[in-house]
Design a protein around this ligand. Structure first.
Ligand SMILES: [Zn+2]
Length: 431
């Protein structure tokens, strides 16, 4: 693979020259017309691949899709040959932490307490590029875990073209109930937490508004956490408290996402009007049925579940599944049976950035049909995250976020690991 990221290329110039170059070439480049000629197209509408289709891109938008003969292609169009490759909408990651790196490299607590904001941000820059080159053109980041508002800064830097990365949906610090979250140490010390504490009506209203004011696109709340006796997961906020956050967020035009693994916290979240539920490990048939009825999506984070087990010594394929993995498989099966909308969201950051497709492979392994998994990664996540007017499909008028992979991802999801081409907003990052 030859990287032709305009970012890297620009780096050969001095900063002064770069500014001149952007000023001169930026608008022209943005308006360039390109004709992509892949082997086949997955358009996000059906699992049916279309052979002999081309995609016309003008500026940052898709101007046409279908047989080349059906399109009005300007003679000046740059032809991008992608023979034998499958072109599909850029992947949409629903649950990531760009400010975290795998816990076998450094435990979560040490990342939160001992790594500087500068180090964590530098890592975030690397993670953003890795994600994009892995085909993730949109990414919802669900909490900086102690790295303040660095997600907002990363998003700004990407939008300004300073660094390459996916389109970001950010949540800043996220909200936890006092006493529930980590790190915890000797009780006489007030350790910095991995999220912002708030309780009761007034405090939750203030903190929700504050996070929104500092750049949160969604509000994330922890509806339960491992603070029960013996470290079991137990609900944190009351239903009324959750409702308060949803009321404030929705008044500003934003949705709320909840971390929840217990049936009771999941139930309270649904009743309070939360849009997506993360993890859902202990979900019961009843609560999944409720989620399906209210169109509340589940981000199952199967990758995180397996990564935690492996960090504790589990050898997949050698040892029997640990209890946590057994439970995850069972609850995921129930969610599928109840037809809960399934979001692609692996909790990447717990495991390697750029390895996002692992979550999709696990979704298939845990029983979800491969075509549905591919939809979850594209058009379904676009719908769940409210982006379906712009992203998730290869459709005329939509943003030109497109990737090409070797192989056929509608029958073998691992083909998504073979990314050969990445385009975001009409700009080619990999060729
Ligand atoms: Zn997470």
């Amino acid at each position: 693979m030859v990287a032709v990221s305009s970012f890297r290329w620009f780096h050969r110039f001095s900063l002064g020259l770069l500014v001149l170059f952007l000023a001169a070439a930026g608008p022209a480049h943005a308006q360039e017309t390109k004709l992509l000629r892949p082997g086949q197209v997955f358009d996000g509408e059906t699992a049916q691949l279309h052979s002999g289709w081309a995609v016309l891109v003008v500026g940052d938008r898709i101007a046409g899709v279908g047989p080349e003969s059906s399109m009005d292609v300007p003679r000046s169009a740059r032809r991008v040959e992608l023979p034998d490759l499958t072109l599909l909408p850029g992947l949409i990651e629903g649950h990531a932490h760009l400010l975290l790196h795998p816990y076998d490299e450094n435990p979560w607590t040490d990342q939160v307490l001992l790594e500087s904001l500068a180090e964590r941000t530098a890592r975030g820059v690397v993670h953003a590029e890795k994600s994009l080159l892995a085909g993730i053109t949109t990414l919802r980041d669900l909490g900086t875990e102690g790295a303040a508002y660095a997600d907002v800064g990363l998003k700004d830097a990407i939008e300004k073209g300073v660094i390459p990365g996916p389109r970001l949906i950010v949540t800043t610090k996220a909200i936890v109930a006092t006493g529930s979250y980590n790190p915890k140490g000797a009780p006489e010390w007030d350790l910095p937490k991995g999220a912002e504490e708030a309780d009761g009506y007034d405090d939750l209203v203030r903190v929700t508004r504050d996070q929104i004011g500092r750049g949160a696109d969604w509000v994330k709340i922890y509806a339960d956490y491992r603070w029960g006796p013996d470290g079991t997961a137990q609900p944190t906020f009351t239903e009324e408290e959750l409702r308060t956050v949803v009321e404030v967020a929705s008044s500003s035009g934003r949705w709320v996402v909840a971390h929840a693994t217990t049936p009771e916290a999941m139930r309270r979240s649904v009743e309070a009007g939360i849009k997506t539920i993360e993890h859902g490990d202990g979900g019961t048939r009843e609560v999944f049925r409720l989620m399906a009825e209210r169109d509340v999506a589940l981000c199952p984070t199967l990758g995180a579940g397996e990564a935690y087990a492996m960090y504790r010594g589990w050898r997949k394929g050698v040892d029997p599944d640990p209890a946590r993995v057994v439970q995850k498989k069972e609850s995921f099966r129930l969610a599928l049976e109840e037809e809960v909308p399934i979001c692609f969201g692996g909790d990447v950051g717990v495991f390697d950035h750029g390895d996002n497709v692992w979550e999709l492979e696990l979704m298939v392994e845990y029983g979800m049909p491969v075509e549905d998994v591919l939809m979850a990664a594209t058009s379904e996540n676009a719908r769940i995250l409210g982006l379906d007017g712009e992203l998730g499909f290869i459709r005329e008028g939509y943003l030109a976020d497109l990737i090409a992979v070797a192989g056929n991802p509608t029958t073998d999801i691992s083909a998504l690991r073979e990314v050969r081409f990445v385009m975001k907003g009409g700009v080619i990052y990999e060729d």
